[in-house]
Ligand binder design. Sequence first.
Ligand SMILES: [Zn+2]
Length: 134
Amino acid sequence: MRQMLKRARKKTKEEQKKIAMERIEILFNLADDSALSGDVKRASRYVEMARKTAMRYNLRISREYKRKFCKYCYRYLLPSVTSTVRINSEGHRVEVKCLECGRSMFYPFIKELKEKRKNEGKDKDTANRKKRSK
Ligand SMILES: [Zn+2]
């Protein structure tokens, strides 16, 4: 009986998930707006709401949004206000330190990764060009 109900509701659940994902996006946008207007506390509340929505619907928060808050205490991370950002060029990563809990998070260097991906597609071309120029 329960299984039948689950099957019958499956479509609506998918729809709910879609709505929840949109809601998460809106909440993170609101968090950004709050933080930019100087209200980091409110921004953190929006992050909390977004997280709860994600958990409730078993959704993953995209990488882009994950970087907006501390993975330990979930505070909104605003560079130079609630976090410090250091670029570790040797390790090719960015160190983000949360000023709320004092813990650090490391992320790979996005710009470099993007360039790498771009170059991967051009590899053949550049290799040929190099041969020619020699
Ligand atoms: Zn923190």
